[in-house]
Write a protein that binds this ligand. Structure first.
Ligand SMILES: [Zn+2]
Length: 242
């Protein structure tokens, strides 16, 4: 095989590996950011729900005061019953006491419902918060693992960059320029094998036999006429020497 072609194939392998590593390195902080955003939102939600309980407790306090005043009124008006002079005034006062008693009952019911709602709501919120804390700590562990992965992948990128530099040094600069141009315009893939002895591994289109023969002869660098990628014949793994 053309030795420049061999180097370009190697180069493509290095570049493809490096591209994959870089994609992952870019992806990790985005993923972390997404989770951190959702944690922030969830905490906001918890805070708002906590605020709602404060409002309901204020309401509970004012209902309690209303209840106390109704009770006081009942006692006070009960005492006045013995002081009234006419039957009419007596009945009117009795009616007032009855109204206060009804009000008191209504308030007691409201207060019980409110207390129940606050109790069960706070309990549920506390449970949800606890479960969420667990999720956060799991995420923190995952984050550490991902950060380690990033560092490890960055190391590998560095190694590949060194490997690429040494691989590039011997390649014909014109071919190298061509390779980089194709890579740029073809989503990073500039060198592709011929599949099933006739299909371009880049665009999957059938190649004319003459094209395949040119590649087989190994004399020149041959491009696919459809996608302009550099073509090569894949050698079986065991026959790869050098
Ligand atoms: Zn093609």
């Amino acid at each position: 095989m053309n030795s420049d072609l061999e180097k370009i194939i190697k180069l493509q392998q290095i570049d493809t590996e490096t591209d994959l590593l870089r994609d992952r390195i870019r992806e990790i902080p985005l993923f972390i950011q997404q989770i951190e955003e959702s944690i922030k939102l969830k905490n906001e939600e918890f805070k708002q729900r906590g605020e709602q309980f404060k409002t309901r407790k204020v309401e509970l306090k004012s209902r309690d005061l209303e209840l106390k005043s109704a009770e006081e009124n009942i006692t006070k008006k009960g005492g006045e019953l013995y002081k009234v002079k006419t039957n009419e005034a007596y009945r009117a006062l009795e009616k007032e006491i009855e109204d206060e008693k009804n009000k008191k009952e209504g308030l007691e019911e409201t207060i019980l419902l409110l207390m129940d709602a606050i109790d069960s709501g706070e309990k549920q919120l506390a449970e949800e918060k606890m479960a969420f804390e667990k999720e956060i700590s799991e995420f923190e562990n995952q984050k550490k693992i991902l950060q380690d992965e990033t560092r490890e992948k960055e190391e590998r990128v560095k190694k590949f960059e060194q490997e690429k530099a040494s691989c590039v040094s011997g390649v014909n600069p014109q071919l190298l320029g061509k390779y980089e141009r194709i890579r740029k315009s073809k989503y990073g893939l500039a060198v592709v094998p011929i599949i099933e002895e006739k299909i371009c591994g880049g665009c999957q289109i059938n190649l004319p036999q003459q094209k395949v023969n040119e590649v087989l002869s190994g004399k020149d660098i041959v491009l696919c006429e459809h996608c302009s990628r550099i073509l090569y014949i894949q050698v079986k793994q065991e026959s790869v020497s050098s």
